[in-house]
Design a protein around this ligand. Structure first.
Ligand code: ADP
Length: 639
């Protein structure tokens, strides 16, 4: 049996010894009582036998021993006094039987009490709680298994030690000591140290031990380890505090919603058809209620205090009830998250646009703590609407600007063919008005008029395509040929302004990919600018040199530079040269270089302008190489 007392039990041996002694005494008493002529109530000594057996054996053995002793007493009486007249021998027999009977009864009762007690002691020994018995001097005299398990000291190590020394504490407050003294018991929390040095918290109950005279002679202590519980409670409290801190500080609205009413539907949602489930959810949708809300949640709905929201129905917040039913439906079907954009009714009568994220924590088996998080997107939506309106206005303004630019660009670009048409028309008239009209020259003028008018039409098409960023027709072109063609078209202007045009190029390195008309427009604009710029020069020759060579990195295509001997660019406008409507000319439109940059850009090329030393301007155009044969698809490619 586990120890709760000082020593062990030489159980078996002691039992045998006592039984043997009892048997010996019984035999001895029987022989003396039967064989001798002693007249005293010698049989009373059978009481010893009963007492010995009562110490060693159980109830049945005690009863049998008592009965056996009475039987032996009677046998001895019959052997010695059978047939004698009634005298003192009968009285002695009665005394002996009474003594044995009473001893047996008392022993049975004592045995019963001891059995019950030892049962209780065993219970205490095996309980998980600690049971420690201390005497008046604080010496431990009882120590159960629970105490061994909790403190780490074995009973043989603990028993005999001073309680306060072994367990490093355990003294109770004076108030508690008073209570113990006056009522004989006390209960409360105490802190103790285990053998491994770890401090533990106990829920202790102390009971005063009383000696036979009723004086206090120590304490019995029952203790249950609260350390784990305390840690768990502290952890729970910490995580509750953390949760509540996050709940409040998160900055957007959170509502904790009790949806336990849909729990029953969630058990077997697939037992219902979609329609039945929807119908039931519609009926139940008003019942889930807000358990808690954070400050942002209250603020969102125009409530002064989050507590005022507790217990109110969440469905009332939804402008569109179907959204809330859809959320419930997805929860019932086992989804843990649901995100949707919707509108809430605000208590101030305002509608608030929110993005909702509904989450069911995995631990929330009964749908009791559904988290509904709401992000107010009203301002964002309003801003988006304003942005859309602004975009529409911008697009409108853009269209108007584009139209204006288009008109100006077309006017700029068709100016040259139109003036050519006028010139040729005048010449033609003159040839025909002569007394002997020169039909051949007149026809040649008509040809020129026709060529320039179709060129004007093509220029219009290309400028429109450019402003609309439409497909243009890219082919392999020789820049040298293009320059020659444009030089021919501008021969009147260049001759009129006494400008000498020199062209340098190698046909092997002047091939590029591009739209003929558009590249002609670049060349013509840049050449016209140079011719016009040089018209004011009187102190030096007016020369325009056109160089076509491979780009510095040959893979990048061809480089075409136009170098004149004019005044160069005016510094203040140099940076804006390529912007539309920048001009220094009295009748200029400021569109030429802007169109050139647009064309270079859609060709994947570049255009730059700079002054050259000691005088003059240089405009450089970089255009890409023609595509490799494999890359070409017909003549048209999207730019
Ligand atoms: P516009 O010819 O209608 O003025 P451009 O865009 O073609 O428009 O030219 C813008 C301005 O750039 C011109 O007004 C002129 O001041 C300047 N510019 C262009 N080419 C030259 C050049 N070769 N020499 C000096 N200035 C030039």
């Amino acid at each position: 049996m586990p120890a709760l007392t000082r020593g062990g039990h030489p159980e078996q041996l002691q039992t045998y010894g006592l039984c043997l002694a009892a048997g010996g005494i019984a035999l001895f008493v029987f022989l003396i009582n039967t064989m001798t002529l002693l007249r005293d109530a010698f049989a009373v000594l059978y009481v010893l036998v009963v007492l010995l057996i009562a110490n060693a054996c159980g109830l049945r053995a005690i009863t049998l021993t008592g009965a056996g002793c009475i039987a032996l007493t009677c046998i001895s009486f019959l052997i010695k006094h059978f047939g004698e007249p009634f005298d003192g021998a009968y009285l002695r027999l009665a005394v002996s039987i009474t003594a044995i009977g009473v001893a047996t009864m008392l022993s049975v009762r004592d045995r019963r009490t001891r059995d019950a007690l030892s049962e209780q002691v065993r219970m205490l020994a095996f309980t998980h709680d600690t049971v420690i018995v201390r005497d008046a001097e604080d010496t431990i005299i009882g120590w159960n298994d629970g105490a061994t398990k909790l403190y780490g000291w074995r009973s043989d190590e603990a028993i005999g030690s001073k309680g306060t020394v072994l367990l490093h504490g355990g003294n109770i407050s004076s108030h508690a000591a008073e209570e113990l003294q006056s009522t004989g018991q006390w209960s409360g929390e105490i802190t103790r140290k285990r053998r491994d040095g770890q401090w533990i918290v106990l829920d202790a109950r102390w009971i005063t031990r009383l000696d036979s005279s009723g004086r206090a002679c120590g304490v019995i202590e029952f203790g249950a380890d609260l350390t784990e519980q305390k840690h768990a409670a502290a952890e729970r409290e910490r995580s509750e505090q953390q949760y509540s801190a996050i709940f409040q500080a998160v900055g957007f609205a959170i509502y904790e919603v009790d949806c336990s009413v849909i729990n029953i539907l969630a058990h077997n949602p697939f037992d219902f058809s979609v329609d039945t489930l929807q119908e039931r959810l519609e009926r139940l949708s008003g019942r889930p209620y807000i358990r808690d809300a954070n400050h942002a949640g209250a603020e969102l709905l125009g409530q002064p205090n989050p507590r005022d929201m507790a217990g109110t129905s969440i469905s009332a917040l939804f402008v569109d009830q179907r959204i809330w039913i859809d959320i419930l439906y997805s929860l019932v079907r086992g989804k843990l998250d649901y995100t949707v954009e919707t509108t809430f009714n605000n208590s101030e009568g305002r509608e608030v646009d929110v993005v909702l994220r509904v989450t069911r924590p995995t631990a929330d088996v009964g749908f009791r703590r559904i988290l509904v998080m709401a992000l107010d997107v009203t301002e964002r939506n309003e801003a988006q609407m304003k942005l859309r309106a602004a975009h529409a206005e911008l697009a409108h303004a853009d269209r108007i600007t584009t139209l204006g630019q288009l008109a100006v660009s077309i006017a700029h670009e068709v100016n040259q063919p139109l003036s050519a048409i006028t010139t040729f028309a005048n010449s033609g008239q003159r040839w025909l008005a002569r007394t002997s009209p020169n039909i051949g020259e007149a026809l040649s003028c008509f040809d020129q008029i026709a060529a320039n008018s179709s060129r004007a039409a093509e220029v219009i098409t290309r400028v429109r395509a450019l402003t609309r960023k439409e497909t243009s027709f890219h082919t392999e072109l020789d820049l040298g040929d293009l320059v020659k063609e444009v030089t021919l078209l501008l021969r009147k202007e260049s001759a009129g302004k006494q400008v000498e045009i020199r062209t340098y190029y190698d046909p092997a390195t002047s091939l590029v990919s591009g739209d003929r008309i558009q590249l002609q427009q670049i060349i013509m604009n840049v050449m016209m600018n140079a011719i016009q710029a040089m018209s004011s020069i009187t102190d030096r020759a007016r020369v325009l040199e056109i160089h076509i060579k491979p780009a510095i990195i040959p893979m990048k295509g061809a480089l075409m530079s136009f170098e004149d001997t004019g005044p160069g660019f005016n510094n203040s406008t140099e940076a804006d040269l390529f912007e539309p409507f920048v001009t220094t000319k009295a009748h200029g439109m400021g569109m030429g270089l802007s169109i050139c940059r647009e064309i270079a850009c859609v060709h994947g090329g570049t255009i730059d302008a700079a002054n050259r030393l000691p005088y003059g301007a240089v405009v450089t155009v970089n255009l890409p190489l023609p595509a490799a044969p494999n890359d070409r698809s017909d003549d048209a490619v999207r730019s």
